[in-house]
Design a protein around this ligand. Sequence first.
Ligand code: GLN
Length: 513
Amino acid sequence: MSILELTATELAGQVQSGSLDPESALDAYFGEIQKSESHLKAFLLLMRESAYAQARSLRAKRAEGRTLGRLAGVPMAVKDNLLIEGFPVTCGSRILQGYRSSYTATVVERLIREDAIVIGKTNLDEFAMGSSTENSAFQITRNPWDLERVPGGSSGGSAAAVAGSMALAALGSDTGGSIRQPAGLCGLVGFKPTYGFVSRYGLVAFASSLDQVGPLARTAADAALVFGVIAGHDPKDSTSLVSSNEMNAHGLELPKDLNNVVVGVPKEFADASGVDPEVTQALEKTLEVFRSRGARVRSVTLPHVKFALAAYYVLAPSEASANLARFDGVRYGNRASERESARAADADSGEGELIGLYKRSRTEGFGREVQRRILIGTFALSQGYYEAYYGKAQRARGLIVQDFEKAFGECQILLAPTAPTPAFKVGEKTDDPVAMYLSDVFTIPVNIAGIPAVSFPCGFSRAGLPIGAQLMGPKGSDRRLLALAQFFEEATEKAFIRRPSMGKAKKATEARE
Ligand code: GLN
């Protein structure tokens, strides 16, 4: 079997036992990067040198007879909004170009502690705001299944890297769907943990009450392996929950059948408009698989979930406007030239040079979508409007939380599509922010409620594009969700765990050009 076909669990096992040299694993992955990265543009930074240095130190560690970690030798990609000391972090933004991290995110530290090898940092929508990775200031990442299409976003670089066999697993961040939606669009497993299970220390904040780091991987078992490594209490993150067995357990306990499982299908999601019929069909088949293994299926209602998107687009921009205030060209961020700043100050007479500097630096540094969110958030939080917008959105959030709690009284898990459509074309939604926002109708309620959810591949469209399904559960049901995703993989004999044929994708693009 070729190295590229090994799962993370298998590859780590072989490196631990000494039957696979970590450098050979890296050779295989960097070989794929050499072949495909110029088409996919998934990475903002390749860390070849440090990766090989780490591979050599792993080899030495083994030679000394020391036990290797749970992710021994696994080549991993990390979204470029996570800090790694000494390396650049751009968040896909010009404002951070040239900045180097002064410390390492807890999640990355934990990967390295378990001997994973970080091979590069991946492209994203600027500050994780977007659903297609087209909001990156630097490059457009392509979907390995069809190079004319987006990989989803905002963790599109991480998804394209794994789907394109350029990394074995990756970290993303999910504020409103940014792990699950790209996983869905690229045929991967993407997992958004219970809020507070994974440290946010060293993740550049977008919307702090919604952000959570999680894995993108080829299989549910691989996602669970990475989740087990990054989860757990971190005293450096005040919203981090105290460790529970649920977070730290190793491996997944697979049920033998689903006789005691009740799967809820939210009526509001089933009736949602704008869902591609092929997605609906794939979901029905998925439900059929669960039913055939003994699960009972019932319709449940989440009456306030219809307000989730609207509430999110008040809450997330509000938090973002506060979080992004630090990028002012002084404390953080590129500073506009003094000449430009003076000119800006002149234009806004009476404001003085400092305000001019802030304005110019932020205007140059932030792209359109980020500016839009900062404006919305600043407006929503301004005196006189706070109650009407932020206060109301918070109350909607409370109602949505209660809806889920009530639903989980009637069923253990909920099933819904991950995204309304398979991957859309590059450029298709860039001029229509609301159409773009609608790609997350099914994922955003999960972040609003702070619950875990996993997206897993459940079908293919006639055009050969992957379709994702999403399982949601109550807080703390993280491992159970991953186990059920693995159960589905096995029940369907891994029929949907496939790799795109990059050769075909490249030829198709060349023919079109
Ligand atoms: N697409 C959503 C947004 O633009 C969610 C992004 C995310 O999860 N980071 O805000």
